[in-house]
Design a protein around this ligand. Structure first.
Ligand SMILES: C[S@@+](CC[C@H](N)C(=O)[O-])C[C@H]1O[C@@H](n2cnc3c(N)ncnc32)[C@H](O)[C@@H]1O
Length: 810
């Protein structure tokens, strides 16, 4: 192995090799070449000659080229040789270049760009097990892991080189290609010489093979010679540099060269590429292969990227976007409505990234149950079972990402002992934002199957009280099972409609609302979302989310000494279910948005289409599969600053419904003189005048034949009710209050034909007026009395009638 004489730099310490070996002695003989040639084998001499000839030829070619260039274009800038030597300066330049290229990545919709994020993540690190410094990029892909490990190796080598000169040779062999070449040659030469000295023991065949290999090596070397030709001139300057600096310089030059080649290629491809012609209807109809659709998607995105240049003048942007939408729906199997929603969120390029990422499963992740074990110990135990894992990232102290496993993760002894919970990476974020503290009273309003609640309980260290609620009883079984396994002892499990939770309990220190949603962020888990979600589904979701959020805020105590915080999260990326819902809550209750405390994620939207949200919405966080390799998620943190409800708040539709129900519960005896009941009495009278109404009230539903008028009415009112559900909260038309004192079982009051009832009331009023005008005041009183009697004697009358019928029959 070649060693360098240490002529200038003082030794930092006696390295291993320095101790073992004496300083090399150089005999600078004039006939050095001849001496060395004498030692070389026949093949080596031939190869050496060949190489020398090639080198000379190339140098000559270069010289002629340069001379030509000089003749045609004299250089604009005068060459400053000091630039070459100034490593620090060139390093700075290089850093600036790198920064510039990062800044150039365009942001879409005010979001941080995915690529930029990826770059950042590549150098994030956390490893509790291994020096607490592992790359977060490991979470993303194995490829990235390899890159990072290479990077690490490289840096380690560089560090060791700086620290210990004795290892310089080894490092040289890694970083300095030229020295590699020469060292290898020396090594081969030495070996061959030895072999020849030993008496040419090698067989002829073997020798041929060997020669072939050598020839191939020569070719490779020639290629490298090509690349390094330009560097040859600087070799002498490089000798003054540290090897790492020289390597850095070469690397930089090579990267620049490659970048230039790539740019040239791109430019050439752009020139040569055929212009995309907008397909005719016939062509569209004839498209049969998905590959063609994919190519067209890329083409259209290319056109949209520089529309004024690439467009067909006869086609509008809308037409291109429509075509893109159709193709995306076809290629990725989305329905038109849902694709439209996604197109409202992302730029075409980012949309493509999102769609692609949504086709791929996210890595399997688990959360350490800190009530029972430490992440380090759990990781060790699982590694011993042949599970390949890593910490999930710098942002989590409990998460582990599992690459491969020989055993099912839901059946290991560690799982059964409650040492971990199978949980998506993004599911840990809302609880981290909530930041529960010990001895608090915390509510998880929509908790099943209990992933986040168990995380909260672990952070509370089994102290205080955790109220775990869900409206779905079946799903709560999973909560109870998980809590037993994980050893959670501070939880109270309830099954109540979250909208009404405040009627039962209030005054919580913290509330988590992980609301039910469309699941647009977890398409890779449930691809049915792509094709099944409709406008009504989205509307239903955000209506329910708004109600739940107001209820959750009402459960929170503004006077809590430790908190008064609420975290709202969904596994959806639609602004309708996220920013829009939060904005609604800001107007309805005394809450403010506060930072989530999560140091990554894309900022929430402050505007979306025609909507302008509160500027603090930027404190909320969005997570995307294509940007963070996590499920799509939204996290917002609110702080309640007053328990009072603002006067401007609209009545919650749920409350409206409650009051309706209360209205039905009228006192048994109504004072007819009481003005408060006047309208009700009149309305009841009008309904009684309506024969259909009488049928529905006084006859048993079993007597009503199918297809009777009342049934038809019911059917007619059903679409109207659906329409009502479509309305966003606050704009919903209140259902008509039931006005008879009894609850109707056959046909609910809410389903009565509103218009008919109003018409009857109007006629009754008219009749009353006419009677008054005719001076039949007593008659009016009579009707009133009759109405009263009827009201009190509803049951009596029916009983009488029935008894009468029975008697007649007898
Ligand atoms: C997104 S999941 C919750 C997941 C849970 N936080 C976890 O981490 O495991 C939404 C839950 O809300 C529940 N839910 C739906 N409507 C509700 C309501 N009105 N009141 C309470 N819970 C409701 C559903 O049953 C479902 O379990």
């Amino acid at each position: 192995m070649g060693r360098k004489i240490n002529l200038e730099r003082p030794k930092k310490g006696p390295g291993r090799k320095a101790r073992k070996q004496p300083e090399p002695v150089f005999t600078f003989s004039k006939n050095e070449d001849e001496d060395s040639k004498k030692k070389l084998s026949r093949h080596q001499v031939q190869r050496l000659k060949k190489r020398e000839i090639v080198k000379v030829q190339k140098k000559e070619e270069k010289k002629t080229k340069k001379a030509l260039q000089k003749a045609t274009n004299p250089p604009a800038n005068t060459f400053d040789p000091t630039e070459l030597f100034n490593v620090e300066k060139s390093r700075q330049k290089y850093q600036q270049l790198a920064q510039k290229s990062k800044q150039q990545v365009p942001a879409s919709n005010g979001h941080q760009n995915g690529t930029a994020k990826k770059n950042r993540n590549l150098f994030d690190s956390d490893n509790e097990m291994d020096e607490d410094d592992q790359p977060a990029s490991k979470v993303s892909t194995d490829g990235a892991r390899v890159k990072k490990s290479q990077m690490k190796k490289f840096l380690q080598q560089a560090d060791s080189g700086d620290e210990d000169d004795s290892d310089e040779d080894e490092m040289d062999s890694d970083v300095d290609e030229e020295s590699v070449e020469s060292d290898e040659n020396d090594y081969e030469d030495d070996e061959e010489v030895d072999e020849e000295e030993e008496g040419d023991e090698m067989d002829d065949d073997e020798e041929d093979d060997y020669d072939q290999d050598d020839d191939e090596d020569d070719d490779d070397e020639d290629d490298e010679d090509d690349e390094d030709d330009e560097d040859d001139e600087d070799d002498e300057d490089d000798e003054d540099m540290l090897p790492i600096e020289a390597a850095n310089k070469k690397l930089r030059k090579r990267m620049e060269r490659e970048q230039k080649d790539a740019d040239d290629e791109m430019a050439e491809a752009a020139v040569n590429r055929e212009r995309f012609a907008f397909p005719s209807d016939e062509e569209l109809a004839q498209t049969t292969s998905l590959q063609d659709v994919h190519i067209r998607i890329k083409d259209v995105i290319g056109v949209l990227a520089d529309f004024s240049v690439n467009r067909d003048p006869n086609r509008s942007r809308c037409e291109y976007i429509e075509l893109l939408k159709k193709d995306l729906c076809l290629y990725y199997s989305y329905n038109d409505y849902f694709m439209g929603l996604l197109m409202d969120i992302f730029s075409p390029n980012e949309l493509l990234e999102f769609l692609e990422a949504s086709e791929i499963q996210r890595p399997v992740t688990i959360r350490t149950n800190s009530l029972k074990t430490r992440r380090r110990d759990l990781a060790q135990a699982l590694i011993n079972r042949g599970i390949n894992l890593d910490p999930i990232g710098k942002w989590s102290k409990e998460g582990l990402v599992v690459y491969t496993s020989q055993v099912p993760l839901g059946a290991t002894p560690e799982y059964l002992a409650g040492h971990y919970m199978l949980q998506g990476g993004s599911s840990m974020l809302p609880v981290m934002a909530l930041a529960p503290e010990e001895n608090e009273r915390i509510l998880d309003l929509c908790a099943a199957p209990g992933g986040k609640s168990s995380h909260i309980a672990a952070l509370m260290k089994n102290t205080g009280v955790l109220f775990v609620n869900d409206a779905n009883k079946e799903r709560l079984h999973a909560v109870v099972g998980n809590f037993h396994r994980l050893g959670i002892q501070n939880a109270v499990v309830t099954c109540i409609n979250g909208i009404k939770y405040g009627d039962i309990m209030k005054g919580f220190d913290r509330v988590l609302l992980d609301a039910p949603c469309t699941g647009s962020g977890v398409i890779s888990k449930d691809p049915s979302v792509k094709a099944t979600k409709t406008e009504i589904d989205v509307q239903r979701c955000y209506n329910l989310q708004r109600r739940l959020l107001l209820a959750a805020i009402d459960c929170l105590s503004a006077n809590s000494p430790t908190g008064g915080y609420l975290v709202y999260s969904t596994c959806s990326i639609l602004p309708q279910e996220n920013e829009w819902v939060i904005d609604f809550a800001l107007k309805q209750r005394n809450v403010r948005i506060v930072p989530t405390g999560l140091d990554f994620g894309v900022e929430g939207m402050t505007n979306f289409g025609p909507h302008r949200f509160h500027p603090t919405m930027k404190h909320t966080r969005r997570f995307y599969p294509h940007t963070h390799n996590l499920d799509g998620f939204f996290v917002a943190k609110l702080q309640k600053f007053s328990d009072a409800i603002p006067k401007s708040a609209v009545v919650d539709p749920a409350e409206e419904e409650q009051t309706e129900e209360e209205e039905i519960k009228l006192p048994k005896k109504i004072d007819k003189r009481d003005w408060y009941y006047k309208d009700i009495i009149e309305e009841r009278k009008a309904k009684r005048a309506d024969t259909n109404h009488v049928v529905t009230v006084f006859q048993k539903p079993t007597n009503v034949k199918k297809g009777t008028k009342s049934n038809k009415q019911e059917k007619q009112s059903a679409p109207a009710q659906k329409e009502e559900e479509k309305q966003p909260a606050g704009t919903k038309i209140p259902k008509q209050a039931s006005t008879n004192g009894t609850k109707q079982r056959s046909v609910p009051e809410s389903k009565m034909n509103k218009r008919e009832a109003e018409e009857a009331l109007r006629l009754k009023k008219k009749l009353k007026k006419v009677q008054e005008q005719n001076g039949k005041a007593t008659g009016f009183d009579k009707t009133k009395k009759m109405a009263g009697k009827q009201k009190q004697g509803v049951k009596k009358d029916t009983f009488k009638k029935k008894v009468g019928k029975v008697r007649k029959a007898n």
